[in-house]
Design a protein around this ligand. Structure first.
Ligand SMILES: [Zn+2]
Length: 373
């Protein structure tokens, strides 16, 4: 199979959301909205599965069930905005049960294509319960938690689909807890309780409109420092693609809408923890890059994964032009990208490097971050 076919089958095979990706531009990973014909694009980034795994495990260790709730809340808020911005249809437009079922099934297949194989979907409309199962879903297959990218995310998307933010999701069985499949129940909290499960209830979601700033600041522009696109790095095998997943230096990466990063940083509200977690992972990643590790390589890899046009200077500071913008930009101090670059720079300079400050700048249609020690 040639690269074009592989990518085609990866992203397009299950396209139910008439949604496709553009990863031909250095610094950007873009997903088209349903009304993509007018040039609307959403900003995505690729993140490591193992880092998210670690985030969930440590959060639950630290906060117990409040940790599960926090992760779920972040997933539900992020995916609700993703579904809305993407222009995913709803039960109000797919009014016939048959149409809704068909649409939702193909939507889950599409999401399954990115996050793990979706194998089954069933909607019992009379009792208002939807069920889905997945064979290998990212993250929870490894840690048995999955509140962020499975339960929480499914709750956000289904809240949008059903136009009802009281919709909740519980994962009743999980591969990471020894089951054959990950199974979710999608219903109102009362119905979930009647079945003997305890849903996390989080009906109040932040609503955002797609702003002028969002569309103009995320519009792809020519980068100066980041030279290669994700497509090129796949072509030259710097990154590899197998069974629907990208791997780099032995770790799996998957894409998510950039709102996830913003909601995570804002709602988690523990910059020191998120910074430390990202730094530790990316320090090891930098060491695993071996002799290829260099300023340009860091810039190219992170740029291809959608994080913008990154320049690292000799004072061990970084500037990122065209960092993914959302209207939540003033609500975070950017601990994740600061941690990522601090880890990589620590490995590169063989000296502990900490980018502790982030300053944002909005000038001439360019959203930039200036990261300093
Ligand atoms: Zn699972």
């Amino acid at each position: 199979m040639n690269i074009k076919d592989e990518l085609y089958s990866w992203f397009i095979r299950n396209v139910a959301v008439p949604n496709s990706f553009d990863f031909t531009k250095p610094g950007y990973v873009l997903s088209k909205t349903i009304s993509g014909s007018d040039g609307m694009m959403l900003r995505d980034v690729f993140i490591p599965e193992d880092l998210v795994c670690d985030l969930e495990v440590k959060t639950v260790e630290k906060l117990g069930t409040n940790g599960n709730r926090l992760l779920y809340t972040i997933g539900k808020n992020s995916s609700y905005i993703y579904a809305k911005f993407c222009g995913i249809e709803t039960i109000k437009t797919k009014t016939k049960e048959k149409d809704y079922n068909k649409y939702t099934k193909s939507l889950l297949l599409f999401l399954g294509g990115i996050y793990g194989a979706a194998v089954d979907y069933f909607f019992d409309v009379k009792i208002g319960i939807q069920r889905a199962s997945f064979s290998q879903y990212v993250v929870c297959r490894k840690n048995g938690i999955g509140d962020l990218f499975l339960a929480g995310s499914a709750a956000g998307i289904c809240s949008w689909l059903l136009q009802d933010t009281t919709t909740e999701v519980v994962q009743t069985e999980c591969v990471g807890r020894g089951a054959a499949k990950c199974r979710i129940l999608i219903a109102s909290p009362d119905k979930i309780k009647q079945l003997g499960y305890a849903p996390i209830e989080f009906p109040t979601l932040l609503d955002l409109e797609m702003s002028k700033e969002y569309t103009s600041l995320n519009k792809p522009r020519n980068t100066i420092n980041t030279k290669t696109s994700l497509r090129e790095l796949l072509k030259n095998k710097t990154l590899s693609y197998k069974n629907g997943q990208i791997t780099f230096c032995g770790g799996k990466y998957f894409n998510c809408d950039s709102h996830y990063i913003y909601f995570l940083e804002w709602l988690y509200n523990d910059d020191v923890f998120l910074f430390g977690l990202a730094k530790e992972y990316y320090k090891k990643l930098g060491e695993a890059m071996g002799e290829k590790l260099g300023k340009q390589y860091i810039t190219d890899i992170l740029g291809a994964m959608g994080w913008g046009d990154i320049a690292i200077n000799d004072k061990k500071e970084a500037q990122i032009n065209y960092y993914p913008y959302t209207d939540l930009y003033a609500k975070t101090k950017y601990p994740i990208i600061r941690g990522m670059l601090s880890g990589l720079m620590t490995a590169l300079y063989k000296e502990d490097t900490n980018l502790l400050n982030a300053k944002t700048s909005l000038e001439k249609d360019t959203f930039s971050l200036i990261l300093t020690g």
